[in-house]
Structures are given as structure tokens and as C-alpha cells.
Design a binder for this molecule. Structure first.
Ligand code: PFF
Length: 448
């Protein structure tokens, strides 16, 4: 039997939950990695522009769809549809987003499992269990199964509790902790030799690179992944916001938090790499580019922590706990998409829907683990390079071309009576109708 719908109990609850979804491995790992492999500050500059000019308007489209529909992504989009054809289109877009969220969770859970294993390793080392410490970070088949399962069950545990007692309560606990850890670690790294050189690389843009096609595509992909777009997640989070809240401001605040944390993570990671270099660690690949991706997080940084002596164990622990928390507040949002669909459309009881959906996604992770080198990249690019931009673009098409204009304006006005004099009111409707779908399509076609 379906239970009554949940709702965020407070504004800050929504902000932390939506920012919790947005801020994840994409910010703390993905953004610095992309910055490192795309020439430093030029990438940062392009990312900031695209995040505010394209990702934020698309993010608002998804939040507004959800709050108008007061339901999961499929039902919300169907509420705006006027005929059978549009309803089918709504199903494809809404359900496509839900599948996309499930696919992302299936590989995200594996990487998050690695983060958990790396946070356990310093504890095992301190208590003298050196062999076990090596086993947990070995990323062997069984270690991967174990940590992915542990991570997925933590996600299931929170989502079973619902919106207010699960998502909101845990986001309120975990997000401040994560931000404190991030700031603390950044300040510490800044005091070490080599950090200032890294800071220069991070903050001085090479303007000649900003129009490089690869840089543009990577920056847009990163901005969409970071705001969790094209996955039904922001539609469902939008549906849990009260009609009394000013959505335009809330959306802007979440975008600002997301972008700031990515920027802060870059302030930690890029200087940390140059600190590692000052301590004799190789930070450039054979082709002269900065090491990025898994080798950056699992080789360069641990070598840096090792070289710090006993304090390094604490720093390593804090860093990987930070990564695990960031991953958890994102993974709960990914699971909420499919769960809310099962609860609202198929009348499945929430706890049962959560456990079953979580286990099905875990089985998908096991399939990936069985052929990790091929499947991880395959599923990640399928969901993030193709799925997310296409679905996000279709959401903008829905808002611009199918949703009744008066209904859109009424929805924007809810909780925001003065909006008619704002730039958002004047620009956003046509911007979402023409500019967003076209720009996303252009970048997408270019990436093919
Ligand atoms: N925004 C998350 C991150 O930056 O790590 C990733 C993410 C969360 C993607 C939720 C998609 C999603 F539905």
C-alpha cells in the first residue's frame, strides 16, 4: 500500500539534501581530475560559466517539474502532457532518468566502496593488522564485492527511513561534517611545501585554451553530472519542497554550494599533488600531463599521506571519510528516484521497494565487478556522457514546448510573489525553450 508523500520539513533540510546529492565524488574527485587533465585554471573558468549559464537553468527546469507535479518523474511529466503522444514521451523521459540514476548508482557504489576501504586501511594499520590493511585496499574481486555491498546497504538503510527521517536527517548530519573536513584538510595542505606552486597552476588560466572543444565538452559534462541532472533526482527532490518556498533562490543556493565545494576540492587536491611532488612523488604521466583519475586518488595521494609519517594516517583517514560521506549523500538521491517510482506508481510499500530496488542495483554492480576494466568505463560513459545530457535536454524541451506557459509562470510565482520584476522571470522561460536544448545538443553532438 502506498504511504502518504513525504516532504522536506525545512528550507535548510532541502538545501542540504539537494546539495548533498549534487556534492559527491564528482566534485571531490571528478572536478579536480578534469581540471588536472584539461590545463588547470582554464577549465575552472569554463566550468563556472557553464554551470551558471546552462546547468542552473536546466536544474531549475527539473525542480519546477517536480514541484508542479508533486510526484515521481514519470507522473509529474505526465501531468503536464495534454495528449497520449505527449504522455508516452513523458514516460520515456521520466523513466529514462530513473534508469540513468540506477545505472549511475551501480558503478558509483563500486567507487564509493573503494573510498570506504581506504578509510578503513589507516585504522587497521594503527591497530597492527598490516596484512588485512593491504587486503582491504587491494581492490580484489572479493574486496570489491564486500565494500560495494557495505556501501549499498548504508544507502538502503537511509532511504528506507523516508524523506524527513532518512534523506533530510542524514544530509543535515553528514553535509556539515563533510564541509568541515574539507576546509580543515585544505588549510593543512596549504601549509606544506609545494602547495603554492599547485595553487598557481589551479588559479592562473591559460585563456587561449578556453575554447578547446574537449575542454568545453568535459566542462559541460562535469557540470551536469555534478548537479545530478538528467536522472529524475532533482525532479523528485523538487516534488518534496513545499509550495511556500521560493524555488528560484533555493535552486541558486544549491548551485552555488555545489560549485563552491568543487572549487574548494580543487584547492585541496591540485596543491596536494604539488606537495607530493615536492616530496619526491611523480605527479606527471608519460605524456607530460598531470596524473588524473584513479591513479591520482589511489596512488599519488596515499603516497603523500605515507610520507607525512604518523599524522599521515589521520589525514588519510579524514580524506577518505570525506570522500565516503560525499558519496553517500549522493547515492541516497540516486536510489530515491527508482524507489519513489515503485512506491507511487506500483503501490509498493516504501521499505520493501527500497530493499528490492537496492538489491537489484547491487546485483548490477556485481556484474560490473565481474568484468571491471571494461564494464566500469562502459556503464559510466553510457549513463553520464549519453544518458544524462539527453534526458536533461528532453526535460528542457518538455518545459519549453509542452508545459503550458501560464502553468509554468504560476509555478514560478509560488512562494515568490516579487518574481515578476526579476531577470529570471523575463529570461528563463525562453532561455529554457531555445538556448538550453540547443546548446546541450550542440555540445552533445560535438562529443560524438
Ligand atoms: N552529483 C553527484 C556527484 O557530483 O558526485 C553525482 C550524481 C548524483 C549523479 C546523483 C547523478 C545523480 F542522480
Amino acid at each position: 500500500m502506498a504511504t502518504s508523500r513525504g516532504e522536506f520539513s525545512s528550507r535548510i533540510g532541502f538545501i542540504l539534501a539537494a546539495a548533498g546529492s549534487a556534492v559527491g565524488l564528482g566534485n571531490i574527485w571528478g572536478f579536480p581530475t578534469q581540471t588536472a587533465s584539461n590545463g588547470g585554471a582554464a577549465f575552472v573558468l569554463v566550468y563556472l560559466v557553464l554551470a551558471f549559464c546552462l546547468a542552473y537553468p536546466a536544474f531549475m527546469a527539473e525542480l519546477l517539474i517536480g514541484r508542479y507535479g508533486q510526484a515521481n518523474a514519470v507522473t509529474s511529466l505526465q501531468k503536464m502532457s495534454k495528449n497520449a503522444l505527449q504522455k508516452n514521451f513523458a514516460f520515456i523521459v521520466g523513466f529514462g532518468g530513473i534508469i540513468c540514476a540506477a545505472l549511475i548508482l551501480s558503478f558509483y557504489g563500486i567507487i564509493a566502496g573503494w573510498m570506504m576501504s581506504y578509510s578503513l586501511e589507516p585504522i587497521l594499520s594503527v591497530i597492527g593488522m598490516a596484512d588485512q590493511a593491504q587486503w582491504v585496499i587491494g581492490q580484489s574481486f572479493y574486496a570489491n564485492l564486500l565494500f560495494t555491498t557495505a556501501f549499498m546497504f548504508s544507502t538502503i538503510f537511509i532511504i528506507r527511513k523516508g524523506v524527513e527521517n532518512g534523506i533530510e536527517k542524514w544530509s543535515k548530519r553528514l553535509m556539515p561534517l563533510m564541509i568541515c573536513l574539507l576546509i580543515g584538510l585544505t588549510i593543512y595542505v596549504m601549509t606544506l611545501d609545494g602547495a603554492m606552486k599547485g595553487l598557481g597552476v589551479y588559479l592562473n588560466p591559460d585563456i587561449s585554451r578556453v575554447l578547446e572543444p574537449n575542454l568545453l565538452v568535459s566542462a559541460l559534462g562535469q557540470a551536469f553530472f555534478s548537479l545530478s541532472l538528467g536522472t529524475s533526482v532533482m525532479v523528485i527532490y523538487g516534488s518534496y519542497i513545499s509550495k511556500k518556498e521560493n524555488l528560484v533562490t533555493l535552486g541558486a543556493q544549491v548551485t552555488l554550494i555545489d560549485v563552491s565545494i568543487a572549487f574548494l576540492a580543487g584547492l585541496l587536491i591540485i596543491p596536494a599533488m604539488y606537495v607530493a611532488q615536492a616530496q619526491g612523488v611523480a605527479i606527471f604521466a608519460a605524456d607530460g600531463s598531470l596524473i588524473s583519475g584513479p591513479s591520482m586518488v589511489f596512488t599519488v595521494l596515499p603516497t603523500l599521506f605515507d610520507s607525512m609519517g604518523s599524522i599521515g594516517l589521520f589525514v588519510a583517514f579524514a580524506f577518505f571519510v570525506l570522500m565516503s560521506i560525499a558519496a553517500l549523500t549522493s547515492s541516497i538521491s540516486m536510489l530515491e528516484g527508482p524507489v519513489s517510482y515503485a512506491v507511487e506508481r506500483h503501490n509498493v510499500e516504501r521499505k520493501k521497494a527500497t530493499t528490492i530496488t537496492g538489491i537489484v542495483i547491487l546485483l548490477m554492480s556485481f556484474v560490473i565487478i565481474s568484468n571491471l576494466s571494461f564494464m566500469l568505463d562502459f556503464v559510466a560513459s553510457l549513463a553520464t556522457q549519453y544518458g544524462q545530457p539527453i534526458i536533461a535536454m528532453l526535460c528542457c524541451v518538455f518545459v519549453g514546448w509542452i508545459w503550458n506557459r501560464n502553468d509554468i509562470l504560476t509555478e514560478i510565482k509560488q512562494g515568490n510573489n516579487d518574481v515578476e520584476s526579476s531577470l529570471f522571470w523575463k529570461v528563463w522561460p525562453w532561455y529554457t525553450k531555445f538556448v538550453c536544448p540547443l546548446a546541450i545538443a550542440m555540445v552533445f553532438i560535438h562529443s560524438l
